[in-house]
Ligand binder design. Structure first.
Ligand SMILES: Cc1cc2nc3c(=O)[nH]c(=O)nc-3n(C[C@H](O)[C@H](O)[C@H](O)COP(=O)(O)OP(=O)(O)OC[C@H]3O[C@@H](n4cnc5c(N)ncnc54)[C@H](O)[C@@H]3O)c2cc1C
Length: 314
């Protein structure tokens, strides 16, 4: 069996095997602004224009303002903030915080929600519930199950439900173990484990916040090679060992994988741009990149984050 869990790409992924063309999803875009720290607390606010709920939330040493909710019909990979999106959030947040540093934007984020298709209602009114679509039962395409819609907060339940559905279709015994197995990194950390001598308390608490109890695996790397305790970037608590961990244990293959999808550096104010060449050198040493390939990978990272930086003021 194939489980199609390709989020907002779902309809594109299965188009070649479906006879019916009606999409299963309604796509809506949401963007966030990332600005200097505006408040020490998280705020739930309502936009004056349309009464929509949005948040102003502390994140690392910054603030996130968002989100928007507008219908979207392009490739989800191309989603980016527009001037209207930025103005909408900026004006709404400015009403609540007249003196906050919202004119200074580090970067924006855009994502596409994959919602179970519902028409005739406003974007914000579409249900956030998920569903499993059995293509055999509904359309006669055997061996294919789609996970439609849902929220990240429900991902373990959704995964469990999909696993149970597959087991039942294959007439196998057993069920998903998501109720019993702790999340990766959620087990109690071993507080007696010896720390490498060159690691600061700040680094330990940062690593614990990112990796949970699996921070010990990053610390082990530093134990083997003390040089890996060096900072990844002068503006950030991250350490070089995280690159080794990302490449060797988390399948990172590009600078974007390391900075945006494994460590937190790509979503800090500088996005790693101040030291991207050094990071390319470190990733390249692990993946066997020569100088030309390193330059290409740096260009690829810059290109990847360009949509996030269209409204950056610094
Ligand atoms: C603006 C915004 C705000 C949100 N806020 C919240 C919130 O506050 N709380 C909450 O719980 N949820 C929120 N969500 C929803 C949450 O992000 C999603 O529910 C979650 O990311 C869905 O995960 P997923 O794994 O189903 O899909 P995705 O994370 O989209 O993953 C799909 C994956 O499929 C891959 N893929 C695509 N095509 C193929 C293919 N052909 N072959 C192989 N792989 C493929 C893609 O590369 C991608 O990695 C928000 C979403 C957005 C956009």
């Amino acid at each position: 069996m194939t489980v199609n869990a390709t989020g907002p790409w779902l309809d594109r992924t299965i188009a070649p095997v479906r006879k019916r063309k009606k999409p299963l999803l309604r796509l809506t875009k949401g963007i966030h602004l990332v600005t200097p720290r505006a408040s020490e607390r998280a705020h739930v606010l309502f936009a004056k224009d349309d009464g929509r709920l949005f948040f102003v939330v502390p994140f690392l040493d910054m603030t996130i303002v968002g989100t928007t909710d507008t219908d979207y019909d392009g490739d989800p990979a191309d989603a980016a903030a527009t001037e209207d999106d930025v103005r909408y959030l900026h004006d709404a947040a400015r009403r609540a915080f007249p003196n906050a540093p919202f004119d200074h934007i580090y970067f924006t984020w855009a994502g596409v929600r994959a919602l179970v298709r519902e028409e005739g209602v406003e974007e914000g009114e579409v249900s956030r519930k998920h569903g499993l679509f059995d293509h055999e039962k509904r359309e006669g395409v055997a061996g294919l199950l789609s996970v439609v819609g849902g929220k990240i907060t429900g991902y373990r339940d959704i995964a469990g439900e999909a696993t149970d559905a597959v087991m039942s279709k294959l007439e196998r015994r057993g069920r998903a173990s998501t109720d019993d197995v702790p999340l990766p990194g959620a087990r109690q950390a071993d507080s007696d484990a010896a720390l490498p001598p060159n690691v600061t308390a700040g680094t330990v608490s940062y690593l614990a916040s990112v990796y949970g109890s699996r921070a010990s695996r990053v610390l082990e790397l530093i134990g083997e090679d003390p040089g890996l305790a060096a900072p990844l970037c002068p503006h950030h608590h991250g350490v070089v060992a995280e690159v080794t961990h990302a490449v060797h244990r988390e399948w990172a293959r590009t600078i974007g994988d390391v900075l945006l999808r494994r460590t937190m550096l790509g979503i800090t104010a500088c996005q790693g741009l101040d030291c991207v060449e050094a990071i390319a050198g470190r990733v390249g040493a692990l993946l066997g990149w020569d100088d030309t390939r390193q330059r290409e990978e740096v260009a690829r990272y810059r290109h990847e984050i360009e949509p996030m930086r269209r409204f950056s003021t610094a």
